[in-house]
Design a protein around this ligand. Structure first.
Ligand code: URA
Length: 210
């Protein structure tokens, strides 16, 4: 597993406003969307392309287009949904699958309550979206499911990560073709499984509900 922390002043600026508890839900959603697009730019650095012949108004030339099979984008419900538009904006050919996962707030164990994606992901590049890499339980379970279905290149796009979650992913997904792209690896997890300093509950901050 590889981790890539995107170091860019615009990323840091948007992340700081997301962290601020005074930021309201509409602003949070807009900034999360913009931040995902910046992360998506880095996350898709190795997206597969093919050479094509085109004609400009001046001359024939060659260029590149996103190739087939189409990349698959999988937001993890609920909060990953707030990252979908920002991701597919840069990947117009992508197909979208869904994974509904919830973590038990006492045991912090992840369980799946909904799955909607192709059975066979052989040869597919997959981008999985979850704002918070906290304990790592949800992302490890999601990525195992994608690899079981044949995905051969998985990139997790997360707004924030905790060192504990990164360590779990490195241990549990050792030797698998997985990259994590994030805006920050924060200090630690607290006793409730929240990232510190973090930004609170990403789903609640996006949707204003509990
Ligand atoms: N999930 C969240 O929404 N926030 C955290 O800090 C940890 C997990």
């Amino acid at each position: 597993m590889r981790i890539h922390v995107v170091d860019h002043p615009l990323v840091a600026h948007k992340l700081t406003t997301l962290r601020d508890k005074r930021t309201d839900s509409p602003t949070f959603r807009r900034l999360a969307d913009e931040l995902v697009t910046l992360l998506a730019y880095e996350a898709t650095r190795d997206v597969r392309t093919e050479q094509v012949d085109i004609e400009t108004p001046v001359t024939p030339t060659t260029g590149v287009k996103l190739s087939y099979p189409r990349p698959l984008v999988v937001p993890i419900l609920r909060a990953g949904l707030g990252m979908l538009d920002g991701m597919v904006r840069l990947l117009p050919t992508a197909e979208v699958g869904f994974l509904g996962m919830i973590r038990n707030e006492e045991t912090l164990e992840a369980s799946t309550y909904a799955t909607r994606m192709p059975e066979d992901l052989s040869g597919r590049q997959v981008y999985v979206l979850d704002p918070m890499l906290a304990t790592g339980g949800t992302l490890v379970a999601a990525i195992r499911e994608l690899i079981k279905r044949g995905a051969d290149d998985v990139t997790a796009v997360v707004l924030l990560a905790a060192p504990e979650g990164v360590e779990v992913m490195e241990r549990e997904l050792a030797g698998t073709p997985v990259t994590v792209v994030t805006a920050s690896v924060d200090e630690r997890l607290n006793e409730h499984g929240y990232i510190v300093p973090g930004l609170g509950d990403a789903g609640d901050r996006m949707y204003g509900t509990v």
